[in-house]
Design a protein around this ligand. Structure first.
Ligand code: ATP
Ligand code: MG
Length: 650
């Protein structure tokens, strides 16, 4: 990029933390001072929130960058920290998971229940020949067994590789083969959109292509018929009959805990490797700090899927290591009706909610009446993750879900970072709608220009991390060189996140989306995020995705794909009028340079299974190319609809 990113959008709204929340917050402003004074000692203090069987000799070994070792020589067991120690402390009867199936069936699992099941699963996996260091693939719906399977692997030192339950045979087989997994844990199926959705047939095909798989463990969820081979074992006949006693063995702080493939929003997914001590330290601390989680009184709900890193860190390892009570929901947000999420909040008295901008925008599109129909007064902290949150979506979230007084924490992080890196602290930060604000205590993020120089306040450029952090990825599985090339080669001695960002006049951070997504229009760098936020600020727009398409006169031109809100008439002439109004609205909000060349009104946007907009596919459409890698796309028919619309628009 020749110039810095454009700094177009103005935002002057500020929201102070509620006084009572600030007063009682787990983490206060002194955490920043403490971490600034001695970063490594700060992280050592957070690591001591866990139980270690052997203390570390050295906090950080960064002698061979970018290959980090945290808490060198220390030993601990992750499952012990998530389960046994809570049971030992007398909290065995405390609810760990309020689970709700999509059809409305429920299960309540206490810490003692979860501990027992995890011990049984650990014994069953051991009986199937799984040993420390082996890889186990997990391909499950959102049922408690998903958490149990992950914890059982952690307990015996097997490295899990969770694959989204919505992925195809090829995506699953590719991940099994890349990790040389020995066992797959799956289910007959799960419930989605009101009906059973089978998983086992996909596993059968993937296993047929994957000679390393020795056993398949199958949870019965839907009761539908499944094909059976001699590698298959029913969970209820294997795990639920296994011994309930299991002694957790300690593992080295750098023992591989899991491999997880990135969402594939910008490129082919990468197998990200996370290890034990540093990962759990940061997942656990950030859960405590960013959500102000009080295990005695809070009911926490993260709506992510466990197939996504958010599900790993903030459904399994973060909440359970803190002894939280949480809600886990199997299905889709509009089954049987569009108020399902709010009914769940109401029913369980959820106090902390963590979700994604894609969901918030979908809820905006559906209308305010759905949250208004439920009692959401229990909520006290709201979180967002996955994409930049548009200021208008942030405001809607605070107002309609957070009764206008709940802090919203916009958390920036990646599969690679393992845990939250940049976020407000709910009891400390005066938030700005759309800004992730500051790096957390102990984290050193910055925005740099082309040459790697820190930009002054008011400037924009590339988001980097200057110092190693405990939950950082250790490598790309089986490909150290790609790890070095992808993240550590763009700027000397810094981790390059791949995201654009700007610092406002106060030095607060605004994420601008992927660097790949920045458009160069007549010599001006314009971020897709800012144009999208301008579109979403129009009352007729629910969602927007913007891409730069090659243009003979301007280099790149802005093409916007826009979903109108539910109540808006967008057919025929009304549609044409709306398009004109939106182009003018963007020009008025951001300046004429940002006026889209073309706006398409579309019913849906292409998204990954984790709900992120796949702009690279829209760019392919806008430039009339054949589509790139679509293996992580949620719904492939969406692309046909959009491509057809593009053709008719000429
Ligand atoms: P791939 O790397 O394969 O393209 P991906 O980057 O979508 O996939 P993830 O690790 O799930 O895979 O997503 C991390 C990315 O999500 C970040 O780099 C950033 O672009 C975006 N992101 C996450 N949280 C936020 C946030 N709060 N604000 C802005 N962007 C965010
Ligand atoms: Mg990425």
């Amino acid at each position: 990029m020749s110039e810095t990113l454009a700094n177009l959008l103005q935002e002057n709204r500020r929201f102070e933390p509620p006084a009572a929340l600030a007063e009682a917050a787990n983490v206060k402003a002194d955490a920043y001072t403490e971490a600034d004074a001695d970063r490594l000692e700060f992280w050592a203090t957070q690591a001591r929130r866990l139980d270690w069987t052997k203390p570390w000799d050295r906090i950080l070994d960064w002698d061979n960058p970018p290959f980090a070792k945290w808490f060198v020589g220390g030993e601990l067991n992750v499952a012990y920290n998530c389960l046994d120690r809570h049971v030992a402390a007398g909290n065995g009867d405390k609810v760990a998971i309020h689970w709700e199936g999509e059809p409305g069936d429920t299960r309540t699992l206490t810490y003692a229940d979860l501990h027992k099941l995890t011990c049984q699963a650990a014994n069953a996996l051991t009986d199937l020949g799984v040993r420390a260091g082996d890889r186990v693939a997990i391909y499950l719906p959102m049922i408690p067994e998903a958490a149990v399977a992950m914890l059982a692997c952690a307990r015996i030192g097997a490295t899990h590789s969770v694959v989204f339950g919505g992925f195809s045979v090829d995506a699953l087989a590719g991940r099994i083969q890349d990790a040389s997994a020995k066992v797959v844990i799956t289910a007959d199926g799960g419930y989605r959109r009101g009906k059973p959705s089978a998983l086992k047939p996909t596993v059968d095909e993937a296993v047929a292509q994957s000679p390393t798989i020795e056993h398949v463990l199958v949870v019965r969820r839907t009761g539908e018929d499944v094909a059976w081979s001699d590698k298959d074992h029913w969970w209820h006949e294997t795990v639920e009959t296994a011994g309930e006693q299991h002694e957790a063995q300690p593992f080295d702080a750098e023992h591989p805990l899991f491999i997880l493939y990135t969402s594939g929003t910008t490129a082919k997914p990468k197998g990200i490797l996370h290890t034990t001590g540093g990962y759990l330290t940061q997942a656990s601390y950030t859960q405590h700090a960013v959500f102000d989680l009080k295990p005695e009184t809070d009911v926490y709900w993260c709506t992510a899927d466990i197939g996504w890193v958010t599900g790993h860190s903030y459904i399994v390892y973060g909440p359970l290591s803190n002894g939280a009570t949480q809600v886990m929901y199997e299905g889709t947000p509009d089954t049987p009706h569009k108020g399902r999420f709010w009914d769940i909040v109401d029913k369980y008295g959820v106090t902390i909610l963590y979700t994604a901008p894609t969901l918030i925008r979908t809820m905006m599109k559906w209308g305010d009446e759905f949250p208004a129909a439920a009692n959401l007064s229990s909520l006290r902290v709201l979180g967002s993750v996955g994409e930049p949150i548009n200021p208008e979506a942030w405001m809607w979230y605070r107002k309609n879900i957070g009764h206008d007084n709940t802090p919203v924490v916009d958390t920036w992080w990646q599969t690679e970072t393992g845990a939250i890196m940049i976020s407000p602290l709910p009891g400390v930060t005066a938030t700005k709608p759309g800004s992730a604000m500051r790096p957390l205590p102990g984290i050193s993020a910055d925005v740099v220009d082309d040459e790697g120089n820190s930009v002054p306040n008011g400037g924009g450029g590339f988001l980097v991390l200057r110092e190693p952090w405990p939950s950082m990825l250790r490598t790309i599985w089986g490909d150290d060189q790609r790890f070095v090339d992808t993240y550590w080669s763009r700027f000397q001695g810094m981790y390059f996140a791949g995201d654009g960002a700007k610092k406002d006049d106060d030095g607060d951070l605004w994420l601008l989306g992927r660097v790949d997504d920045v458009m160069l229009v007549s010599g001006h760098n314009i971020s897709t995020t800012e144009v999208e936020s301008a579109l979403v600020s129009h009352p007729s727009v629910a969602e927007a995705a913007v891409v730069g398409a090659t243009d003979p006169t301007t280099g790149q031109a802005i093409v916007a794909f826009t979903i109108p809100r539910g109540s808006v008439d967008s057919e025929g002439d009304a549609g044409e009028a709306l398009i004109k109004e939106l182009r003018d609205h963007v020009a008025k909000t951001l300046g004429p340079i940002a006026k889209p060349r073309q706006i398409m009104l579309v019913p849906e946007l292409p998204k990954t299974r984790s709900g992120k907009i796949m702009r690279r596919l829209l760019r392919d459409v806008a430039e009339r190319r054949s589509l790139g890698d679509v293996t992580t796309l949620q719904d492939s028919t969406v692309m046909d609809l959009i491509s057809d619309g593009m053709k008719s628009a000429k």
